[in-house]
Design a protein around this ligand. Structure first.
Ligand code: PMP
Length: 441
């Protein structure tokens, strides 16, 4: 089971007792090097003093005040800090408790924006195949992961899906990366034409695809073309940076490296760095003002919006990300990790692709490198890699289902930004052992 029912779980997981920098220690004293930040969450490791101090201080002041009655200092400061560093015309922050909530808010905001703008016929979402935007029903509907959607299909709102930008599998022989990027971006225009531009409200995509593909960056020019198509058709570009945002790829927002800015962007995991559950949806003044000057009320909300304990923790996280040299460190260590992965695995018979940006790296595991054929799902390679990693004291994030309609395995690495070069060696050495164990079982 990918999600665990506590108490009723049959997963036999170790019990996490303590965090120490990049390590989690279980109740037997065993240490696990966290090379994936859980799911790209723990960007500052597990014992960050500044975050802990900020949370203690906030708890001594006030833990909770409902946003229907009060705002709070850390919430306002966090919103201001995020907006100051956000790309393009992004100017407002709506602070929730998770990535899925941020996506739900983005979908509803897009709908309400068009309604108040007098374009109420716009309601359709276009996203990409093999994408994941969260497990709540709206976010699940936006996502294009067939396996996750299957059981809930009758419950999902209308959304259609175009190809992802996944050069390892999509780029044709003889086609340049740029031509490939334009070709798959142009699928968006074709889908808009098919649906009727006047009915489409938004395109949603993850700039660097995390869980479903395994740290797949777009090819150069892809998002520029996507941005042009959204503008030409009057539709909103929603970027899901829940996993790839907050410095993970070597810039605070991943899309900065693609030279574009969204109308709405969602962030979550690295925002709270695991110290508190928190997410945010950020939008432009154009969207905010249309609603503020219209009905004046975004018809949405949750009890724990802008929770002061969560925003105090996130403020301490984002302050460290934006004031210290951590993001340049992500770039430098990302290159170091990439070089080590190339050295260790570029000739490996079952590593088909090594990719990523910053401290967000992926390996695609294949049965045959020439044909790129995946392993049969019955081999459960990704589950075996995870188990062998844990046995060796390494947390990595292997997933299956990378290939449309078929199986496929990849390993996602997303270590804390404080990881040392020696610990990178430990990651690669233990990962090598885990791969060998899994592939010989
Ligand atoms: N979007 C992306 C890109 C994600 O990776 C995730 C979580 N894996 C989500 C949304 C949903 O976030 P959460 O699990 O916090 O609801």
């Amino acid at each position: 089971m990918s999600s665990v029912f506590h108490r009723a779980s049959r997963a036999n997981l170790p019990t996490a007792i303590r965090g120490d920098g990049c390590y989690i220690i279980d109740d037997t004293g065993k240490r696990y090097l966290d090379a994936c930040g859980g799911a790209a969450v723990s960007c500052l490791g597990h014992s960050n003093e500044k975050v802990r101090a900020a949370m203690h201080a906030q708890l001594d002041q006030i833990a909770y005040a409902h946003t229907g009655f009060f705002t709070s200092e850390p919430t306002e400061a966090l919103a201001a800090l995020l907006v100051r560093h956000a790309p393009g015309a992004i100017n407002h922050a709506y602070i929730v408790s998770s990535g899925s909530e941020a996506i739900e808010a983005a979908i509803k905001l897009a709908r309400q924006y068009f309604l108040e703008k007098g374009e109420g016929q716009r309601h359709r979402i276009i996203a990409r195949r093999q994408s994941y935007h969260g497990n709540t029903l709206g976010a699940l509907a936006a996502g294009g992961n067939a396996w996750r959607r299957k059981q809930f299909d009758p419950l999902l709102i209308e959304a259609s899906h175009i190809a992802p930008c996944y050069a390892y599998r999509g780029q044709e022989p003889g086609e340049t990366a740029e031509a490939y990027g334009q070709r798959v971006a142009d699928e968006l225009q074709a889908e808009i034409d098919r649906l009727g531009a006047e009915s489409v409200m938004a395109f949603i995509a993850e700039p660097v695809v995390g869980a479903t593909l395994g740290a797949v960056p777009p090819v150069a020019g892809y998002f520029k073309r996507i941005r042009e198509i959204c503008d030409a058709n009057g539709i909103l570009l929603i970027l899901d940076e829940v996993m790839c945002g907050m410095g993970r790829t070597g810039s605070l927002f991943a899309c900065e490296q693609d030279g574009i800015a969204p109308d709405i962007v969602t962030i979550a995991k690295g925002l709270g760095a695991g110290y508190q559950p928190i997410g945010a949806m950020l939008c432009t003044s154009e969207i905010f003002d249309t609603i503020a000057d219209g009905s004046g009320f975004f018809q949405h909300g949750h009890t724990y919006l802008g929770h002061p304990m969560a925003t105090a923790a996130a403020l301490a996280v984002v302050t460290q990300l934006t004031e210290g040299g951590l993001i340049p460190r992500v770039q430098q260590l990302g290159e170091a990790l990439s070089a080590r992965l190339e050295t260790a695995f570029s000739d490996h018979a079952h590593v088909g692709d090594i990719r990523g940006r910053g401290l967000f790296r992926g390996l695609e595991i294949v049965a045959d490198r020439d044909s790129k054929a995946p392993f049969n799902s019955a081999r459960a390679i990704n589950k075996k890699i995870k188990a062998a990693g844990m046995e060796a004291g390494l947390m990595c994030y292997p997933m299956g289902g990378t290939i449309d309609g078929q199986h496929g395995d990849h390993v996602l690495l997303a270590p804390p930004f404080i990881i040392s070069e020696d610990q990178l060696d430990e990651v690669v050495e233990k990962l090598g052992r885990a791969l060998d164990t899994a592939l010989t079982q």
